[in-house]
Design a protein around this ligand. Structure first.
Ligand code: PLP
Length: 448
């Protein structure tokens, strides 16, 4: 039990000395103050000193319906009183059954089977383990290599981290190298000067064909792809890329896993982007984050009927040993259902589609106005300002410098090296988008 009202300084000290945060610097893990966040409402949060900020990153790409929803608190509290927990290994509950049906309706094609997880990493784990299980079942145990992409982020478990393509961050880990091959960067911004986006797309598709030819389709189990590589810097692949790579996977019986942990739940104006935005029906979709708008942890791996049919073997019954104590947690499932009700009642998907031109218009205008901005890209309510400087050392500090300048004026952004990334709560209004970009512009002026 905490003593009454510890001061902000005391809290910061306890945090520094005792709490390890994700992605902390191991050279100086007690030397950094994380922002002390006190409370939040709508698109705003307040720090321990009462200063208000627009939450540009929307938590971690997740607070779709905004903060402080009493309806969420009431639904969560009611479920805690009614049934806080039951084992998903032996029991089911009304919230998890209703949510599974709802997700199956939302997901494309025959993606009718929902396995609930604790978050995005465990959803990716589940997808990869399903592929392993299926190929072992089908008597082709060699067919398990995963094709992923440079700059992809798929999570922090051993498996999900192994298929994550951000090399620098993996250098101190023993990742499962046998499992994975990475395709080169797909970012159209990085194409050689003079090359058209169409030619770049051809080259990126050819990269996949080349790797399949090299490794052999009989050894490749899955291709995993974020519709937009989000943590990699909001990389929108060239038009047609997803459909063409999907068709290649189908032709080689390679399972296509669409990692929609960020792009799902309205970020691009649809429940899922795979089919509605990019025209593909993946074999599995992983989702988390916006599923509960970050109110409680929950993820899901949605698996197609045709995949599960190939996992079945009535002559050799075997359990699929995949599951978590908190799979299908009833309180998290109620949070997801209430979140979805709010989306539907308030027309949040439609709202995202309406305000997207304002968001993307202001974002792209930055490139013409500030020589510092090399690229300003995004889709839906996802955006990235990619900055350039004469040398690498100066460049990699730019994201943090922009964040610092924005914070002074009441806006949080997510800095990644030379980039600043935005994924605000989806309820943001056109006027608030303008306020956000006004602050960003003044920060870019300061940093320029
Ligand atoms: N997949 C993608 C595309 C992500 O962006 C993330 C997290 O940012 C994950 C998976 C991992 O999700 P979690 O942090 O909930 O485990």
């Amino acid at each position: 039990i905490l003593p009454n009202e510890p001061s902000n300084e005391t809290l910061q000290e306890w945090d520094r000395v005792h709490q390890l945060h994700p992605w902390a610097s191991m050279d100086d893990w007690q030397g950094y103050d994380n922002m002390l966040v006190d409370c939040a409402e709508g698109i705003y949060l307040w720090d321990g000193d009462g200063k208000r900020f627009i939450d540009g990153p929307g938590g971690m790409w997740c607070v779709q319906i905004g903060y402080g929803r009493g309806e969420m608190a009431d639904a969560i509290a009611a479920q805690v009183r009614k049934l806080a927990y039951t084992s998903p290994f032996t029991n089911t509950t009304q919230p998890s059954a209703v949510l599974a049906r709802k997700l199956a309706e939302m997901a494309p094609g025959d993606l009718n089977n929902v396995f609930f997880t604790t978050g995005g990493s465990t959803a990716v784990d589940t997808a990869l383990r399903t592929m392993h299980f299926m190929n072992n079942r089908l008597g082709r145990p060699e067919k398990k290599i995963v094709i992923s992409r440079e700059k992809a982020y798929h999570g922090s478990t051993y498996l999900a981290h192994s298929v994550t393509g951000k090399e620098r961050e993996k250098s101190r880990f023993d990742i499962e190298k046998r499992l994975v091959r990475f395709l080169p960067d797909v970012n159209p911004y990085n194409r050689p000067e003079g090359m058209s986006v169409e030619a770049w797309c051809d080259e990126k598709v050819a990269d996949l064909e080349k790797i399949i030819a090299e490794v052999g389709a009989d050894r490749i189990g899955a291709f995993i792809a974020e519709p937009i590589l989000s943590s990699g810097g909001v990389i929108v692949p060239p038009p047609g890329y997803h459909k063409r790579t999907f068709d290649i996977c189908k032709a080689h019986d390679i399972l296509y896993i669409s990692d929609e942990v960020v792009t799902g739940f309205g970020r691009l104006g649809h429940w899922f982007a795979s089919e509605d935005v990019f025209g593909i029906q993946p074999d599995m979709i992983t989702t988390a984050k916006g599923l509960t708008s970050g109110y409680l942890p929950l993820g899901a791996c949605i698996i197609a009927d045709h995949v599960l049919e190939r996992c079945a073997s009535p002559d050799d019954p075997t359990l699929f040993s995949n599951g978590y104590t908190y799979s299908a947690h009833p309180v998290s499932c109620v949070a997801a259902l209430t979140n979805i009700e709010i989306f539907e009642r308030e027309g949040i998907l439609q709202h995202v589609r309406e305000v997207t031109p304002v968001f993307q218009g202001r974002l792209r205008a930055l490139k013409d106005r500030f020589p510092l901005v090399g690229d300003a890209r995004g889709m839906g309510l996802l955006g990235c300002v990619d900055c350039k400087a004469p040398n690498f050392a100066a460049e990699k500090r730019l994201g943090q410098m922009i964040d610092d300048a924005c914070e002074e004026k009441g806006l949080l952004v997510r800095p990644f090296a030379n980039m600043a990334v935005f994924s605000p709560p989806l309820i943001i209004t056109a006027k608030q988008i303008d306020q956000m970009f006004d602050i960003l512009e003044s920060a870019l002026e300061k940093v320029s």
